[in-house]
Design a protein around this ligand. Sequence first.
Ligand code: BGC
Length: 755
Amino acid sequence: MKKILFPALLIIVSVYSRAQDAKMDAFINSLMSKMTVDEKIGQLNLVTPGGAVTGSVVSKDVDDKIRKGQVGGLFGITGPDKVRQAQDIAVKNSRLHIPLIFGLDVIHGHRTIFPIPLGLSCSWDTALIRRSAGIAADEATADGLNWAFSPMVDIARDPRWGRISEGSGEDPFLGSQIAASMVKGYQGSDYKSTHTLMACVKHFALYGAAEAGRDYNTVDMSRIRMYEYYLPPYKAAVDAGVGSVMSSFNEIDAVPATGNKWLLTDLLRKQWGFKGLVVSDYTSVSEMINHGMGDIQTVSTLALNAGLDMDMVSEGMLNTVKKSLAEGKTTQKQIDDACRRILEAKYKLGLFDDPYRYMDNSRPGKEILTASTRKAAREIAVHAFVLLKNDNQLLPLKRSGTIALVGPLADSKRNMLGTWSVSGDPDKSVSLREGIGNVAGDVNIIYAKGANISDDPMLVKRTNVFGPEITVDTRTPSDMIKEAVDAANKADVVVAALGEAADMTGEASSRSDISIPESQENLLKALLQTGKPVVLVLFNGRPLTLTYEDGHVPAILDAWFAGTEAGNAIADVLFGNYNPSGKITASFPRSVGQIPVYYNHKHTGRPYNGEDNAKFKSDYLDVANDPLYPFGYGLSYTNFSYSDVKLNKTSLKGNEPLMATVTVTNTGKYAGEETVQLYISDPVASVTRSVEDLKGFQKVMLQPGQSKDVTFTITTNELKFYNSDLKYDWEAGQFFVRIGTNSRDVKSAEINWAK
Ligand code: BGC
């Protein structure tokens, strides 16, 4: 019965959606037949009247432009009333009454803030991440918005780059799954519901590979690397039905992405079949002047002809496209296609039925930052934390005795939200000090700030552009340290809350030194000298260099920037209400000199195998090759043991599946969740392959003493790679199936797979 029903259902759905498309086409055809060229070009213009902006340029005379039909969408404002004011002008005072779309950077939550995306990715929990995006969509739509500039899916192998915090780390397999879940979380099954919105995958493409980790810098990469490692998450978002794509700031093959026809038309639309709208990044159209691509008319035409539909803030399209049309530099069709795609997005959002459908004043009070969204934020946040070290089971902490809570991030609300939390209210966030107070029960807490986040005036000034994240104390560093040491001496255990301020990562926040700032290192050393056990709770938006800390501090919990409920969630983990299960998604280097260091690197012709006094090998004289903490690494309060890998076959042919099983046992005292990871290594091929690639993962919850079999079904799909002709296929031969707790600690089994 099922066998008949399912295809029948598919036919009904496809007939229905074709009828819907025909209805939309008829509506838009009729509307466009009434539009002047100026009005069509007006739709291509995306403006911001200010608010949360990320560039030096802010749009002028916004109301007047809306009235004249020179604006297609607006971003940077929130709240049903403000959004309604702008929509009123478009709908009541412009000639054709075309509604605006309203976008914003809803990145890791809207008003209720979740952990930064890099932290969320450490949960390896796509359902959880989807849930966070769903809540963000609820809140954002209650706030008048219908377009989120998220997910950001740029693969990043360079922790100097501040925007590594906004993505899901270095792996394309995990990154793709997260990208798809976020799109589904934001858009639901159809973004016409008033509780879902249109997502925008960004930054297309390769933005995470900026040279030297410096933001907005040049990117140069082989096609094989691009296809194999950098493009998959964008493609996954497109396959998940994302409604819009944002072009990136960087160049690709010496043409900026925003004006790159190969990228925006040949790859995105023709190869991948993307049908939605493409928006530029903030002034990335006019920035092509600085890239050396010509004047504003030339670059705006380049962008339009390349397949860009909407110009964010530059107004290059608004001011020059008509001239280019008259001069034969672009075509009416090019303008019509771009305009149509923007109108289609508005149609799909239901704005032509009701332009005010997202402006319901009764919603914010009921739906924004409620007890239930806060509860969800706390539940979600605990999954993001990564236990990097826990000697002698120092954690979880006991709910008795005295704790010295020390460090410049211990009593900070502002820094809890992390970067890109433009609508989050820091006053509503829970500091670690408050969280410990809420969770610890009968514990005596002595608090001391101990140090400023940094004493470097330049770093302080540049970090504080959005507000006082680094507050500089009037006391001297030694007075502050002394107070902290006195507190430590009176305590049974020290909890040191150290790391970065929220905006030491994020856009335009690259660092060349990614260690904990010196002021805090001095504090940490003084605390360790007291001989008291120290738990380091780290706040960071990127992998840091922690070689000293790893060598000297007994317990390290990476809490990233965990959002509105940060303090409660961290305390939940510190006191064992939740056993940490996060696994890092970007390798932590031992030193900046190793960067880029990532797990899925290639072999070299002169591999270094750890031998002493090796010469003429691919290594460093002064540091090991491998990272301090490898991709996929993260501890638990309990221990998990892995059996050898059991295979149903060791020789396979063609399409038959391989079943690879490990038995995972919880050998410790606490119930805990483990992320079992599958890597495949292809030692010989027609092109050089990486040492291994993640091809699967499963999460298992195990009670103390409990064992479970975890089976991965592997097909030839998992063996495929891009060859020199950019053909995605597999080659027969030997493979290694590796299963383990992180990318370094795996059990391996050999197979042969014939065509
Ligand atoms: C960022 C984008 C963001 C846009 C709008 C740009 O500077 O690169 O990620 O969506 O600003 O705020």
